[in-house]
Write a protein that binds this ligand. Sequence first.
Ligand code: SAH
Length: 380
Amino acid sequence: MDVKRLTLKQGKERLAANRHPWIFAGAIGHESGPDDAPIAELFDPRGTRIASGLHSPHSQIRMRALTFGAEEFGPDTLRTRIRAAIARRVFPHDTNAMRLIHSEGDDLSGLVVDRYDDLYVVEIANWGLEQMKDVVVDALQAPRIYFKNDIPARKLERLPTEPAGDEAPAYIRENGLRFLVEPVAGQKTGFFLDQRENRQLARTLSPGRRVLNLFSYTGGFGVYAAAGGAREVENVDVSEAAIALARTNHELNEVAGVFTVGDAFSVVRQRASANEKYELVICDPPAFAKSRGEVERAARGYKDINLYAMKLVAPGGLLITFSCSGHMDLDLFQKVIFSAALDAGRRASFVRRLGAGPDHPVSLFAPEGEYLKGFLIEVR
Ligand code: SAH
């Protein structure tokens, strides 16, 4: 395979020393080799090779370093890492749906693969990896495969954004419950696999409770809460399609639910002015901060929704709240929740910190991969 040689500028020698896979264009002094090479090698200014990996001619991330020092990178590395990541995924859960490849967390920066029963949904975020798609397909050995191709990075990489592959939905099993997953129309690859453990937690906390599930998407938390014996479960989402699928998922599991298509920010205000109370509120909004510059505005959004969510919790009840913005760290999220509690005039304590499940490992060398954080909070 063709190789692009990238040489670091003077003074940037230490760039790859911390083994972060993203090598930015600004650090490159000169380069040689074909622009369309799928593989890149990184040299220090003295000509010593310090890393190898996936090339990207157009993106600011010029290279995703996957091996360091003298270790070679090629199709075999890719194949071996994909197979190893799949082989590692043995953990005690009754499910046929899980994230098989979690990008940096599996030493495969640029690749995400989610398995939904026999359907493998693939997201490729790097130009070089797209050129090596055959290797990915061969290593995955998927009964059915769908390339979603919709992540924003693909535009920057100048890769096609039309989907390809098998479009039929899948029925998955998770902790004894069933869900219909529609990768074509759905968000992310079709289902929020990262919340599996937290859905199970919600189930154990639900018996006898009135539950409000804000930003419900296809009713993941709602189905678990209802199956756990909630007195009433209401799912709220702005997307009509998501709510329709939430209804289907409740039916599949033969559990009751209330379904509301609406803006969560106005629904919580209506409920608060009607003095409604719930013993469990779940709040799992989309990422309000898509870039670092949006963090401040996002913080106001998180504060607003959490303030009202807390007002709606009956004294002694629970709030399960999340931020999936990679740009908002745990510290800031905690501060936002603090200020929401202050303004809601409620006493509140953390019972547990929450995060993504074990099929979403985070590389110690790329800690920003820990995007999902949450708290289980008692509100008094
Ligand atoms: N908790 C879900 C995932 C939530 S994803 C699960 O475990 O499956 C975020 C959801 O928020 C999406 O379904 C999106 O349609 C919805 N959403 C975005 N903005 C919204 C708003 N203002 N009001 C209500 N829902 C909104």
